[in-house]
Design a protein around this ligand. Structure first.
Ligand SMILES: O=C(O)CCC(=O)C(=O)O
Ligand SMILES: [Fe+2]
Length: 206
């Protein structure tokens, strides 16, 4: 699979992970005009929801809005909560087709995140749920305001900081989720809304 992905990603994309996984950044995967159109479509068209998670017995509200879309059988657990996906929208299907073509990989679901401003964030985690399989390929698209995306190596604590901007595509693959965690930290800078889509392939439950 590694070789396949490397061959599928256009030539200028180099692996940004110094070790233990694959990370590709395709800046401006969508032109600014196309990205503007998708941003508006997703902002107004997706069924954004607040999520509650239980941590040490306390119910906390996740600091961003979220929505799950996908094939009806692509069930996914997130923070111990099961999610049934909503049916694909036209925009999501069009984006999925573009990503499947560039990644040479099939996706059956997408997690959409809406960060309303710099106070919204995502904590440090790895996308290593069993239903994603051993070495998941995750295609992550950014629309709207730019935000810092930070990876940390589990053992060496090495840090990789990447500014993700309007229209950028980031692909995480190979063994990356075993060795690195990632987050979208809060920032004190004034930030407008950002939408992130992470396309995934959920394996059937057995
Ligand atoms: O917003 C981002 O860029 C990160 C999203 C993410 O890590 C996830 O959805 O698992
Ligand atoms: Fe993630």
């Amino acid at each position: 699979m590694l070789g396949q992905l490397s061959a599928a990603i256009p030539a200028p994309a180099e692996n940004l992970a110094p070790c233990d996984g694959e990370l590709y950044l395709l800046r401006g995967f969508y032109s600014s005009n196309t990205a503007d159109r998708y941003f508006q479509d997703l902002l107004h068209g997706l069924a954004w929801q607040t999520e509650q998670i239980q941590i040490f017995g306390r119910l906390l509200t996740v600091p961003r809005l979220m929505a799950w879309y996908g094939d009806s059988d692509a069930h996914y657990r997130y923070s111990g909560v099961g999610h049934a996906p909503l049916p694909w929208s036209g925009a999501l299907l069009a984006i999925k087709a573009d990503l499947e073509s560039v990644c040479q990989h099939r996706f059956n679901s997408v997690l959409a995140n809406l960060y309303r401003n710099g106070r919204d964030s995502m904590g440090c985690h790895a996308d290593n749920e069993p239903e994603l399989g051993a070495n998941p390929l995750i295609a992550s698209l950014s629309f709207g305001d730019s935000r810092l995306f930070r990876l940390r190596h589990n053992r060496s604590k090495q840090r990789l900081d990447i500014e993700l901007a309007h229209g950028d595509l980031l692909v995480m693959a190979g063994t990356l989720q075993h060795h690195w965690r990632h987050e979208l930290p809060k920032t004190r800078q004034i930030k407008q809304a950002r939408i992130n889509l992470t396309f995934r392939r959920i394996l059937p439950a057995n």
